[in-house]
Design a protein around this ligand. Structure first.
Ligand SMILES: O=C1O[C@H](COP(=O)(O)O)[C@@H](O)[C@H](O)[C@H]1O
Length: 300
């Protein structure tokens, strides 16, 4: 079956629609391959932030295909990568809600293959920067939501230091209105919930106004309640923002954000729309047919 693809090129926002999740994953890998080559060539490293939810599985599917095509090496030099989290749920690293666990189970697992002697081999993997281990910090204390809520501001602070520690000596972006400096990641990979939230930035939440680098939320409308997240100014300073969005339930919001961008609106009621409109880098929306169905009416 011929691949269904609609593509639109504009100055800084692009919407790409693929047939299904696997094709979205493959396109994502090809985009990251290009970004990785350019960043490693110019800076010797590639600093990428990833998301939780459905994202690790979609990237994992694309990576599996890539590894199957060439088992001994991959075109992407992951040994030069540094991986951060655009947001993370404040749970233990082995909790099923942990985005870090998703990374291990879907992304790292995709970089393994069996050689001709049936031996399990692992390709070079990125250096990962997960949130600090809650179990180690709280030692024998019970891991209740209330206990973790108290720790969450500290986790955001520690993650800010972790992130900024990797941007010493430049490579930051000045945010004009605030004159504050934010790290400029090579790429941030985001998802979008059916309410238009992205990372852990939820519609109408006070965090949308945050000027911090990493902020925290202890009343997330989507469980678990305690999370840390990159803020709008950090996301907007990334060289590339890649939204990876699948499923019919998101089609109307995708359409709305597409229309806001096309009609030059300055604001959006959706956090994912705010990132799109405020971004200083390139924004790419990678959609499956279901999430992109509302774009049919737009002249693509
Ligand atoms: O809670 C979260 O949700 C969003 C969207 O998830 P998805 O499963 O609908 O793709 C995700 O991007 C974010 O990282 C996560 O914490």
């Amino acid at each position: 079956m011929a691949e269904e693809k609609k593509e639109e090129r504009t100055s800084h926002v692009q919407f790409i629609v693929k047939k299904d999740k696997l094709e979205v994953g493959k396109e994502l890998v090809s985009l990251l391959n290009k970004i990785s080559h350019d960043s490693i060539e110019s800076e010797g490293t590639c600093r990428v932030a990833i998301s939780g939810g459905s994202f690790p599985n979609i990237l994992g599917q694309g990576l599996k295909e890539m590894v199957q095509n060439d088992k001994e090496k991959t075109p992407i030099d992951f040994s030069k990568w540094k991986v951060f989290w655009a947001d993370e749920r404040c749970v233990t690293l082995d909790d099923k809600e942990s985005s870090y666990l998703g990374y291990e189970k879907e992304i790292l697992a995709a970089l393994q293959y069996k050689d001709s002697f049936n031996q399990l081999k692992t390709l070079p993997v990125p250096k990962a920067f997960p949130i600090d281990n809650i179990k180690e910090i709280l030692k024998d204390e019970p891991l209740t939501d209330a206990k973790i809520a108290k720790l969450t501001p500290k986790l955001a602070e520690m993650y800010t230091s972790k992130l900024l520690g990797e941007f010493k000596g430049g490579n930051q972006s000045a945010d004009a209105p605030t004159k504050k400096w934010y790290p400029s990641l090579d790429a941030v990979c985001l998802g979008m919930g059916p309410d238009g939230h992205t990372a852990s930035l939820f519609p109408t939440h006070r965090l949308l106004e945050s000027q911090n680098v990493i902020d925290f939320i202890v009343d997330s409308p989507k469980p678990p309640p305690n999370r840390i997240t990159m803020t709008l100014p950090v996301l907007a300073c990334s060289k590339y923002v890649i939204f990876v969005v699948t499923g019919k339930e998101k089609a109307n919001i995708v359409k709305d954000i597409h229309n806001s961008y096309k009609s030059n609106e300055k604001s959006s009621q959706y956090p994912a729309g705010l990132v799109t409109l405020q971004s200083k880098g390139k924004v790419i929306w990678l959609l499956d047919k279901d999430a992109g169905e509302g774009l049919k009416d737009a002249k693509i």
